[in-house]
Design a protein around this ligand. Structure first.
Ligand code: DSN
Length: 426
């Protein structure tokens, strides 16, 4: 068959878009070339249902080595004693934890989606809210910080079986020890979904959830800078306290229940080409230079936050400890939707986001979420954050002036030429 130029032309167009724009979506990043190359390999051809050494297909000896390498490297990254690298995404990783820990109808407690939480932490639109009885905690109106008192009160009243910490739009660190204390009091398990800050945790730059949270899940493509995918980890293995057994009715350790929940519980064949790319990414994280990347992310986020505040923008919690910030645009008379759409025209990409206690719908929102992992990978430093914020401000303050937006688009393209992306791809 002839090369499919239709699809490859579109992929080239996407590469050009990524090269020329300023990428500020907090959950996105640019993998290394070798991570991408590992994904585009013959490993995609192999069926390998099961786990290394226990597969349902022949010919798995090489993918066994690949998957074992990914597991061993990941365990080293987080000082974990067990890991599963097969979840196709962070959402899948969370499904597996629910399957391994809970029965349908059990109570769970997570951060409200409208306060920065995630769909899979109990939203009524998601499996987690449809199959389990979900309760929520939020953030405090005055400080924007997690309302631990509300979390504790709700936990004591409802006695959930699973308390979930972690967020998609929260710019501060977590008090995992405090959450574990109330979980122990009410007999709950704690799951930390560290999808967003995982790379900063791996670098020792944020609190470590592993000794306090029974189970940790993550994606691999955000601050971990790997391929799109999910992972589950344990530092300390334990028996399920709620009597969930394996399909044969045997009591098993949580590691075994989680393996069974991923396969055959909710997935079939693992994506061994993606697992190969995960192994490459974990190898990059174990390299000393990754910590400098994490430090630069935090320095850039703080420089960007200061620059926004200096221009009169209202940041939830007034700043950031991690890689992102959430900005309430109501004092600028803009909605999140308008801001996102206008910035898109200037090739500055970010997402509209509900702010805590938002009076607008999730399709409109009062805020934007801004993250720096991707621009930090491109090589930007603190001083560049001021330039980026000045361009964002120029667009937002002239949101109905097409000529200003056009001139910023030209400025963005020229600015991004300093930060080459995948030059090897021509
Ligand atoms: N879509 C991810 C994010 O943007 O935070 C969460 O799943």
């Amino acid at each position: 068959m002839q090369r499919d130029t239709v699809v490859f032309d579109l992929i080239q167009k996407e590469l050009d878009r990524q090269r020329h724009g300023i990428e500020l979506i907090a959950s996105e990043n640019f993998t290394s070339l070798q991570v991408m190359q590992a994904m585009g390999t013959v490993a995609t051809n192999k069926y390998a249902e099961g786990y290394p050494g226990k597969r349902y297909y022949g010919g798995c000896e090489v993918v066994d080595e690949i998957e074992t390498l990914a597991i061993e490297r990941l365990k080293k990254v987080f000082n974990a004693s067990w890991a599963n690298v097969q979840p196709h995404s962070g959402a899948q990783a969370n499904v597996a934890v629910f399957l391994a820990c809970l029965k349908p109808g059990d109570k769970i407690l997570g951060l409200d989606l409208s306060m920065g939480g995630h769909l899979t932490h109990g939203s009524p639109a998601n499996f987690s809210g449809k199959n389990y009885q979900a309760f929520f905690y939020g953030v405090k109106k005055d400080s924007g910080l997690v309302d631990y008192e509300h979390l504790e009160e709700t936990a004591r009243r409802e006695k959930p079986k699973l308390i979930i910490c972690g967020a998609s739009a929260y710019s501060r660190d977590w008090d995992y020890a405090r959450i574990r204390a109330v979980a122990d009091e009410v007999g709950a398990l704690v799951m930390a979904d560290i999808a967003h800050p995982a790379g900063l945790i791996a670098s020792g730059l944020l609190n470590d959830p592993f000794d306090h949270c029974h189970i940790v899940t993550s994606t691999t493509h955000k601050t971990l800078r790997g391929p799109r995918g999910g992972i589950i980890m344990l530092r300390h293995d334990f028996e399920n306290p709620f009597g969930i057994k394996d399909p044969k009715g045997n009591t098993r350790m949580m590691s075994a229940l989680l393996d069974l929940a991923v396969f055959p519980g909710m997935q079939g064949g693992p994506l061994e080409h993606v697992i190969a790319a995960k192994a490459v990414a974990f190898g990059e994280i174990l390299d000393g230079a990754f910590k400098q990347y994490g430090q630069q992310i935090i320095a850039n986020a703080q420089a960007m936050a200061t620059s926004f505040v200096n221009r009169g923008y209202q940041l939830i919690s007034n700043g950031t400890d991690n890689h992102l910030m959430l900005i309430d645009l109501r004092n600028k008379n803009l909605t999140g939707k308008k801001a996102q759409e206008t910035l898109d025209k200037a090739h500055i990409t970010l997402n509209k986001n509900a702010v805590p206690f938002d009076d607008k719908s999730p399709f409109v929102t009062s805020g934007i979420r801004v993250g720096v992992p991707a621009v930090t990978t491109r090589g930007m430093k603190e001083a560049h954050m001021e330039t980026v914020v000045s361009m964002i401000d120029k667009v937002l303050m002239n949101a109905n002036d097409a000529s200003v937006i056009e001139s910023v688009k030209t400025e963005v393209k020229a600015f991004m030429q300093q930060f080459p992306l995948y030059p090897e791809l021509g």
